[in-house]
Design a binder for this molecule. Structure first.
Ligand code: 13P
Ligand code: SF4
Length: 302
């Protein structure tokens, strides 16, 4: 897409008129990342949603991210350009299921990954993202922790804490399909490459990695490392930002099939339409939003 294309012009004009900011996750398509005010991981985008000036937030990501922005900035109009962009992992646990688990473990703290619905956040003590999950768990007074919904992130956290972690058996359909065989095949193709993976990957994949981090953590690692060649074990959209920010490094996807279809539903025309119509708007009922905000604020305060 050319920088002088009519759709980009219209987005920039509408953005000014609406006093809007555009936030994009690292997995968004290249054109969307390029028109965003900020491209980042879940934690960076949550912080931006809470602190950036503007009347409208156009959230180029999936539904739980826009919901988190709406919870943190209820006075702003939060738009999710692709109305059906969801996270299947966030739908793997409901608030009713979590309430039931809590009755079984009344002394446990509840940590919810940010990839959850507002209702599940409202039932949780504290939220976490992939970049702060270990710190969040270790900050708690309780010795027992119900960790929802990602079993892989839960098991990753368990490696770095003395607390008893009770994982919910949810998973990311993109990261969970990456296998040790993918790692070994990629290493055969690029024997000198360091292997970087996201903590949503299975434990047996994490065992083979040189470094484990959130999406922005992976980008920072590539840019600051002395190494020059990397195999990147997360969603392929991240490669665009890596190429832009560290052009001298060579990065190869661990699996070409690691594509989150929901993250790819947002395009320039959907962003333009959202700014034109101020739809689809994401709102959270006030009582749920206030409860969920406690869990998110507690994380952001750390
Ligand atoms: P982070 O960008 O926070 O690492 O999260 C990855 C992810 O899967 C978001 O849905
Ligand atoms: Fe959800 Fe996985 Fe897609 Fe992230 S990559 S939005 S966790 S399905």
């Amino acid at each position: 897409m050319q920088a002088d294309s009519p759709v980009i012009h219209e987005i920039l004009r509408l953005k000014k008129e609406r006093n809007a900011i555009i936030l994009a996750h690292n997995y968004q398509i290249a054109e969307v990342q390029d028109i965003a005010d900020l491209t980042g991981d879940s934690l960076e985008l949550s912080r931006a949603a809470a602190s950036m000036e503007g009347d409208v937030i156009v959230f180029c990501g999936v539904d739980f991210m826009a919901e988190t922005a709406a919870i943190l900035s209820p006075e702003k109009t939060v738009l999710l350009p692709a109305a059906d962009a969801c996270c299947p992992m966030a739908e793997m646990i409901t608030a009713a299921e979590l309430r039931l688990v809590k009755t079984r473990y009344p002394d446990a703290a509840v940590v919810c990954y940010v990839n959850t619905t507002a209702e599940v956040k409202a039932e949780s003590d504290i939220c976490c993202t992939s970049s702060n999950a270990v710190n969040v768990v270790n900050s708690l007074d309780e010795d027992q922790v119900i960790f929802v919904p990602d079993r892989n992130l839960a098991r990753y956290v368990a490696r770095f804490t003395k607390k008893e972690i009770l994982p919910w058996e949810g998973f990311c359909i993109v990261h969970d399909q990456i296998t040790p065989e993918h790692v070994r095949n990629a290493q055969k193709r690029h024997p000198k490459a360091k292997v970087l993976v996201h903590p949503e990957c299975r434990p047996e994949v994490i065992d083979l990695a040189d470094h484990v981090a959130s999406t922005s953590g992976i980008i920072r690692h590539v840019c600051t490392s002395q190494e020059t060649t990397f195999i990147v074990g997360t969603e392929v959209g991240i490669l665009h930002r890596i190429k832009k920010e560290c052009e001298k490094k060579n990065c190869y996807p661990l699996s070409d099939a690691a594509v989150c279809r929901n993250m790819k539903k947002t395009g320039l025309s959907t962003v333009r339409d959202a700014l034109r119509t101020l739809r689809p708007r994401i709102t959270v009922p006030e009582d749920v939003g206030q409860q969920a905000r406690c869990a998110i604020d507690r994380m952001l305060a750390l």
